[in-house]
Structure formats: C-alpha cells, structure tokens
Design a protein around this ligand. Structure first.
Ligand code: URP
Ligand code: ZN
Ligand code: ZN
Length: 477
C-alpha cells in the first residue's frame, strides 16, 4: 500500500518545508520537496515517479495544511481503578478519542498492587490494552512497593521495553513512597539505564491542611485546590531532583502545575541535573477560579490541583524556553454524575483526575495561534520530545524516512468549539466547554493507515500495538 501526501507543509521540531510524503505500508518511505520547489536544487531523483502519483494507491491533497508527526501523549490513565471507582475511558474509547485529537501514541501507567510483584501489574495492564487500542501504546510502571525483589525486577522490565518507573511523594497509604524507597529506586535505575518519573507534591503535609479544612467545614471542591499548596509541590520537586543528582539518574517530573515547581526544575537544570518536566493543558488554561463554583468545581479536581491564574504565564514561558519539555494530559476522566459525586460532601473523596486526551494538540496549538511559540516548538512539546525522552526516537515524533507513518494532516485555520456534546471521550463533561479553538486534525494516520477522516473514525480496535521502548541514555544524560 502506497500513500502520497502532497502539497502540504511538513512541520518537524527542527524545521518546516513544503514537501510531499510517501508512505509505503507502515513506514514513511520518502520526504521530497514539492514540485514547485524542485528548482531549489534538491532534486526529487528516484522519488519523482512515485511523487508524481504513479503507482500510488491513494493521494491525499494537503494544500493549505500542515503535515505533522502524530502526537505522543506521555501521560494517560485508561481504565485506572482510583478513588473508589475507575477512570471512565478504557483503552478502546480513550485511544479512539486520542486519535480524533491527532494523538497517535499514548504512554499509559501500569500499576503495581501493593504487596505484589511488578510483573503481575504490568500483565494486567497489557491485558487491558491488548486488542483494544486504535493507536500504538506503551507503559510506564507505577511502583507502590520498593523492596529487594521489586528493585531487581526493574532491570528486567527495562529489558522488556518498560523503561521508566513512576513513584509518588503524594497519596499517603496508597502510592506514597518514602525517601528511602525513592532513592533506592533511583540508584537501581541509574544502573539499568531507565528513567524515574515523579509525582512530586508533599502528600503528608497536604493531608494535614486538607484534614484541617474539612474539620472546619470547608468541604467544597475548591478546598482540594487550596489544601494542596504550590509550596508543597516546589519542596518535593527540589527534593527529588536533589536525590536524582545524588543517584546520578535522570528524573522526569510529571504533571508539573506551579511556578514553585518550575523554579526548582530550572534551578536543577542550571546545576546540570538530568531533570525533565511535563506540564498539562489544564495548568496552562484553567485555574483555581474554575474550582470556586460550588460542587461544579469537582469537574476540575486533579492532583496537583489547578493553580491561581498567574502561574499560567510562567508555565507557557517554561515551555517555550525548554525548561519544560513536554505536554502530557494526565487523562484520567471521571463522570461528573455518578463518579465525581462520590465526594459530594467532602472534597477528599472526589476521584482525582480530568479528561483531556482528545483536546491536547489543539489546546497547545493556541500557543502558536497567539504567537507564544513557533509551530516547530508545538510539534516538539506535543510529540518529538516525548519520543526522545521515552525511547521512541527514530520511530516516532518526526516526518522522516524510516519513521512510522504516524501522521496528522492539520488544518491550522479551522475553528471549532470544545464540548462534551461533540467530543469522543467517554465522559459526561468537558473542562473546556464552549471554548473556541483554532486548528484541528483533518486526517490522522497511524502506521500508514487512515484512522480519522472527515470527522469519522476509520480505524479499528486492536490496530494499536505495544511499543517496546529503548532506554534513552544518550538523550537523557
Ligand atoms: O489527579 C490525577 N492526576 N489523577 C491521576 C493520577 C495521577 O496522580 O497522575
Ligand atoms: Zn500523578
Ligand atoms: Zn497521572
């Protein structure tokens, strides 16, 4: 099967140019300057036959469109049991919604059950995803128990393509690891070449403030946000980066939400720490004010929480300056009715997490629309950087020969309104209800196959494959 995407502008992290893209089966076979640019001296050479449309099964005319590498969302939670319920999107519905939004790879989190080994947790998540996904997927491993046996298991998981491990300084009694556990896991990972992911907020201190607020009758969702103070995030980001420096291991801060945390990442990187960080659209677009609306605020309960609006500008600047490398969604949707209302009378019982896997590419694109970032940086933070950090370089994250043909034909002008009535995520609300955005995915290909076109899903359950990832030593060190 040969597909030719013609007349478009290829946008990669390292530059943009008018070019035709030839796909053979699952891979990008060639990228050649468009006919109207061939006088520039870069002859199309051997490609010319194919690029002129001969022996091609399908030609996609991308005139006026951008041809970008499919998005990579490095942080999703499909079908995650959490907070007394389970996140509403499973791997089928969640990956389909991701595809509609121009994301062609997700990295989800397998969870170790406390008291068990890592492997059974990974197998449980493999079974959830196998045969269900519309797009390719990989796993990070959440470590709940660090002991001699699980430390040894980490090495084998890295060999098997699960190259990173998420630990928590939050959620006491559920996921929290103490300093010793975190530092031990870091030392092990320094040896096996993997990467440590940290949910860095001080859960012990947070619980003291949260419990005091609840005892004083301050039980609305808003107090979830107020209790989880930015300083608690900054303190932990500093601590885990310092530990990582001592262990000589790269560390990646997930879902960074505040100026306080960002400042610690900048300080660490300036010292030469192998520190990387991800923020999420909710921290760039939403604020604590959205939570200050009675129980409606439960729609915005996630951890770390939304911050006062003045943090947003710092996060945008961090993204542009490469203090923050990626934008993940932390997609973890719970219905407002029937799930979020578990915490109707007490914010501590509201399941933590927001939907967003479908909206990420378009939301971050608003940074291009309003002139904050270049289109190349947009591609970098939504795709290319995640490929590099998470061991997918050379396969995903660029429009180049030999790469998987995960491609989005993107209309940079198309305006649309975000709404639960039109989105494809399996959740009963949108955090961005009624917001008009510019830019939208028109055609989405996953490994050469068109999976979204004309606003319709044309993919199939089970097309998505597990990605056995490489250690990304060269990039991370
Ligand atoms: O509120 C959140 N972030 N829910 C998902 C779990 C996590 O900590 O990433
Ligand atoms: Zn987390
Ligand atoms: Zn998460």
């Amino acid at each position: 099967m040969r597909t030719l995407i013609t007349n478009g502008t290829v946008v990669n992290a390292d530059g943009s140019f008018r070019a035709d893209v030839l796909i053979e089966d699952e891979l990008i076979a060639a990228v050649g300057l468009s006919g109207d640019r061939s006088e520039s001296g870069q002859a199309l050479g051997a490609l010319s036959g194919a690029l002129s449309g001969e022996a091609v099964d399908r030609t996609i005319d991308a005139a006026g469109r951008w041809v970008i590498p499919g998005g990579i969302d490095p942080h999703t939670h499909m079908d995650l049991p959490f907070g007394g319920t389970s996140s509403k999107d499973d791997f089928e519905t969640g990956t389909r919604a991701a595809a509609f939004g121009g994301t062609t790879t997700i990295l989800d989190f397998a969870v170790q059950t406390k008291g068990e080994a890592l492997r059974p947790g990974l197998e449980t998540w493999m079974a959830k995803a196998e045969g269900a996904c519309a797009i390719d997927y990989g796993f990070h491993m959440i470590m709940g128990d660090v002991n001699d046996a699980t430390l040894k298991e980490m090495d084998q998981l890295v060999e098997d393509g699960v190259t990173d491990f998420k630990l928590f300084t939050a959620y006491p009694g559920v996921f929290l690891s103490d300093d010793g556990a975190i530092f031990s896991a870091m030392r092990q990972t320094a040896e096996n070449g993997g990467l440590i992911l940290m949910h860095a907020e001080n859960g012990v201190a947070i619980d003291i403030v949260a419990n005091a607020n609840a005892a004083a009758g301050l039980t609305d969702p808003y107090y979830h946000g107020v209790s989880r103070m930015p300083v608690f995030e900054g303190e932990c980001v500093n601590r885990v980066i310092r530990f990582a420096e001592a262990a000589e291991v790269p560390v990646y801060i997930v879902h960074l939400s505040s100026r306080d945390a960002l400042e610690e990442v900048v300080r660490g990187r300036d010292r030469g720490a192998m520190a990387f960080a991800e923020t999420c659209p909710q921290y760039l677009f939403l604020s604590l004010d959205d939570m200050d609306n009675g129980f409606e605020g439960a729609k915005f309960v996630c951890s770390p929480p939304l911050r006062p609006a003045d943090h947003q500008e710092d996060l945008w600047r961090g993204l542009v300056r490469d203090d923050l490398q990626t934008v993940g969604t932390d997609h973890c949707p719970f219905d407002f009715e029937g799930q979020k209302d578990l915490g109707k009378d007490d914010f501590r019982k509201i399941p933590n997490g927001l939907p967003g896997v479908e909206e990420r590419m378009d939301l971050v694109f608003q940074g291009v629309v309003n002139g904050r970032m270049t289109r190349e940086r947009w591609v970098e933070v939504t795709s290319t950087a995640a490929a590099r950090i998470f061991g997918l370089a050379g396969r995903k994250g660029a429009i180049a020969p030999g790469y998987d043909a995960d491609i989005v034909v993107y209309d940079p002008e198309k305006k649309h309104v975000l709404s639960a009535s039109t989105h494809h995520m399996n959740v009963d609300y949108s955090c961005y209800e009624g917001m008009e955005v510019q830019g939208h995915s028109e055609i989405v290909l996953s490994r050469g196959r068109v999976i979204v076109e004309d606003g319709e899903y044309r993919g199939s359950k089970g097309h998505g494959r597990f990605l056995k990832r490489e250690v990304a030593r060269e990039y991370l060190r």
